[in-house]
Design a protein around this ligand. Structure first.
Ligand SMILES: *Cc1c(COP(=O)(O)O)cnc(C)c1O
Length: 358
């Protein structure tokens, strides 16, 4: 066979994809990595032993359980819900993608409240969905007035993020109830940091069939590397997500490892306790440097660097082998940096480096 003539690709990726620039936090080789809100501790050693044992029982020549029923039942049991109320996927980002594939798309709009988690609007655009952004108030909370204005637009999905990334603020129950009362479509509450909060939108699932609560194993469960997240929702919403997910999207190993993780709830609660204690210490440390700190209900803290040149502060921290998240180019966040709560040693290293940098 003769080689085909090389020729130009006539139809490339959709034009608008080039505009997004993707979403990534630079990963640099540093000693203290406090930029992506991961758990600083590895998962319990006993969990790893469970997984090692479970491996030998997996029939790797067979496709996994397509509906992941055992995993969904185990997740549901944690929340007092049946498997028909749980959609599981490869990280909560894939959950968000499934929701947008099923409920978003051309001619549809979704609402977000900036500044917030960039992936909500990013995945919306990738799925061809129009994004309407309302602005948070001076305290970085969603105000009832802004909410009402945004809802007039008829969003197919209204995204709330509570506690909100990157601000750490927990949304008020009043705002969630107003969203549930006024939204014509789904109200999706991203609770990636839900275990740190005093209340959960999951409490309102009964009686609100258009409420979806999204959670992840990436943060408190110390399993960012496993890629597992889920939505708690009405069975019809779960069915729609299953419809757009690829067949067998959850591999057998992940289903087994996820079920195994759920028996370590107490260890996870203890981690949340340790991180909350450390967060109090980090906040006090930042304030003692004279910096403005946004109150946080999560495992990270947004603080003002005290300088117009937050990027410069970030760079000088990197030079001292401490990596935080530079959010200063985001709307409304000029001068701000975000730091993940790490181990006591890491937090000390961060505060010490920041003191020297300032
Ligand atoms: C970290 C984070 C996630 C997690 O995404 P995974 O895909 O589950 O790792 C989701 N939402 C928010 C707001 C986050 O900060």
């Amino acid at each position: 066979m003769r080689d085909a003539e090389p020729r130009e690709l006539r139809i490339g990726p959709r034009d608008e994809l080039g505009l997004f620039g993707g979403y990534h936090s630079p990963q640099l080789e540093v000693d203290v990595r406090l930029n992506t809100n991961e758990a600083p501790e590895p998962p319990p050693a006993a969990w790893l032993e469970d997984v090692a044992r479970g491996l030998s029982h997996i029939a790797f020549n067979r496709y996994p359980d397509r509906d992941a029923t055992a995993l969904r039942a185990a997740i549901g049991a944690v929340h007092g819900l049946g498997p028909e109320r749980v959609f599981a996927a490869n990280g909560s980002n894939e959950v968000l993608q499934a929701l947008l594939l099923a409920y978003g798309g051309p001619d549809r709009r979704v609402a977000v409240f900036e500044p917030t988690y960039a992936l909500h609007s990013h995945i919306a655009r990738v799925t061809g969905t129009t994004v309407r952004a309302g602005e948070r108030d001076a305290d970085f909370l969603v105000s009832p007035g802004v909410l009402a204005t945004v809802l007039e637009d008829g969003p197919a999905i209204t995204f709330l993020c509570s506690p909100n990334n990157p601000t750490g603020r927990l949304e008020t129950r009043e705002v969630l109830e107003a969203a549930l009362a006024g939204a014509p479509g789904l109200v999706v509450v991203d609770e990636a940091y839900g275990q740190f909060a005093p209340w959960s939108a999951a409490e309102l699932l009964d009686g609100h069939r258009h409420l979806v609560v999204v959670r992840t194993f990436s943060k408190t469960w110390s399993l960012a590397g496993l890629r597992l997240g889920y939505a708690l929702a009405d069975p019809a919403v779960v069915a729609a997500c299953q419809e757009v997910a690829l067949p067998y999207h959850l591999d057998a190993l992940k289903q087994m490892a996820g079920i195994a993780a759920l028996s370590y709830g107490e260890e996870m609660a203890a981690r949340v306790g340790r991180l909350t204690t450390e967060r109090t210490r980090v906040v006090a440390g930042l304030r003692s440097l004279g910096l403005f700190v946004v109150p946080s209900d999560a495992n990270f803290v947004l603080f003002h660097s005290g300088s117009d040149d937050a990027r410069g502060v970030w760079e000088r921290l990197v030079a001292r082998s401490v990596l935080v998240r530079d959010v200063s180019s985001w709307p409304r966040l000029g001068g701000y940096l975000r730091v993940t709560i790490g181990t006591a040693r890491e937090n000390d290293a961060f505060l010490d480096a920041l003191r020297k940098v300032l």
